[in-house]
Ligand binder design. Structure first.
Ligand code: ZN
Length: 52
């Protein structure tokens, strides 16, 4: 069973091999679109804290 990645911004499932990605805090994050990547980079912390 393949691991799927989720876009941390909108929660959509993404294909790690074809999606835009960025490294933050030693981890690679994948995004459904460049829009979400840009949004993430503006405020990474708020997307990495899981539902609290
Ligand atoms: Zn997204």
């Amino acid at each position: 069973m393949a691991e799927s990645e989720r876009c941390p911004v909108c929660g959509m499932q993404v294909d790690p091999e074809s999606s835009p990605s960025t490294s933050y805090d030693g981890q690679t994050h994948h995004f459904c679109s460049n829009d979400c990547l840009t949004t993430f980079e503006q405020e990474p912390q708020s997307y990495l804290s899981e539902s609290m």
